[in-house]
Design a protein. Structure first.
Length: 112
């Protein structure tokens, strides 16, 4: 599923799974931030445009705000983050997914 279905932008990875666009932290972002201690997540159903503030992450080395890489509607949030923030520190960056978007223009994804 790699290749054209997975893109990276501004320390986020974006994966199109055939239905939704999942967004998560890259390994590079994890290394840059250090151990993540808190994440301010968006709400399901909220609409975003490219560049809108999407997620704020607090970590041992920095606080970082990530901008939305796509325009769309948040369709799901990784609920494990609320239970155990360490999932955002996972070596397998695919486990460090934050949220999914729906109602995305595929041309925006292709342009990443």
């Amino acid at each position: 599923m790699a290749g054209k279905h997975l893109k990276k932008k501004d320390n986020l990875w974006i994966l199109f799974n055939g239905k939704e666009y999942c967004v998560g932290l890259t390994n590079e972002a994890q290394e840059e931030l250090g151990e993540i201690t808190f994440a301010n997540l968006p709400k399901e159903g909220k609409n975003y445009k490219i560049g809108d503030p999407l997620v704020e992450v607090e970590a041992e080395k920095a606080v970082n705000e990530f901008a939305s890489p796509l325009s769309g509607t948040v369709s799901s949030i990784n609920e494990k983050i609320g239970e155990d923030i360490s999932v955002l520190n996972d070596q397998d960056e695919m486990n460090a997914w934050i949220l999914s978007f729906k109602d995305v223009d595929p041309k925006e994804f292709e342009a990443l």
